[in-house]
Ligand binder design. Structure first.
Ligand code: PBE
Length: 267
């Protein structure tokens, strides 16, 4: 009923994702910083989070999720970020491409393509929405490539094709990273690579890049989201630069909820 506090209305539960995600660590920090002693962050997965969001949204029930942009959920539902006056979730984040040290010497063409890789929220968003609407991941990625040959040509400009060299890209099953890695797989294959996509959790992803068991990943969100991983493995990976600017993480709720700030969860 309307007399319930926000906390009571959602059982003091924030619906999280996989435990290794940077947004989970940031949310634990938010719980401390904002004094949300009664609150719990649940763990699950990106897919379980969006399923819970859809279920609540369809019934206009309250729900608070760990959310990020780009993500198809903003195209499908009316959602808002809760203000974060303490800046726990950082400001504008960027997505970086990271590689094992030595990639430049071993696979120089791939290193060049990965370094050139840069696109925008709308690009990734289009693929995410297509996949959410039922398109196969690889087909959605190929359709985007076909419609954006000019962009892809900039990534491969002046780079020689190779003859079946193996490359292993690691990613986490976040919708944003499913989109980017499927695109890069097809681009590298078109350039002659034998590409393996390996899906792992965030911790093992950073470890695999640092110990050289994986070649590269497009999944590094910085400076805040993966700060702990980046500092833990400092010097043990190469940052190939930013593929997307102005991305964001935070707590997300449906527009119909009558709250605007993480501070509103204190009541
Ligand atoms: N995410 C999507 C990741 C980075 C990309 C926000 C769920 C994370 O929190 O680590």
């Amino acid at each position: 009923s309307s007399t319930k506090s926000v906390g009571e209305s959602v059982d003091y539960k924030i619906t999280g994702i996989d435990p290794g995600a940077g947004i989970m660590e940031a949310t634990e920090e938010a719980i401390n910083e904002y004094g949300l002693d009664k609150w719990d962050l649940t763990t699950g997965s990106g897919a379980a989070m969006t399923a819970a969001l859809k279920k609540a949204y369809d019934k206009e029930e309250p729900i608070i999720v760990t959310g990020w942009t780009p993500h198809w959920k903003f195209a499908k539902f009316d959602l808002k970020y809760l203000d974060d006056p303490k800046g726990v979730y950082g400001g504008e984040e960027q997505i970086h491409t990271i590689a094992r040290t030595g990639l430049a010497e071993d696979l120089p063409e791939a290193h060049q393509i990965l370094s050139n890789f840069k696109w925008e929220e709308q690009d990734m968003g289009d693929i995410m929405v297509a996949i959410q609407d039922g398109e196969k991941e690889e087909v959605a990625a190929q359709n985007w490539i076909d419609a954006n040959e000019d962009k892809v040509a900039e990534w491969t400009d002046g780079v020689d094709k190779v003859d079946g060299d193996k490359i292993n890209l690691v990613y986490v099953a976040w919708d944003s990273e499913i989109a980017s890695h499927n695109v890069m797989k097809l681009v590298l294959e078109d350039m002659g690579y034998d590409v393996t996509l390996t899906q792992v959790e965030a911790g093992p992803l950073w470890t695999a890049i640092a110990d050289g068991s994986a070649d590269a990943s497009l999944a590094a969100w910085l400076p805040v989201t993966h700060e702990t991983y980046a500092s833990k493995f400092e010097g043990k990976f190469e940052d190939l630069g930013i593929s997307m600017e102005g991305v964001k993480i935070g707590l997300v709720v449906p527009e119909y909820m009558d709250i605007d700030s993480i501070e509103d969860l204190q009541e």
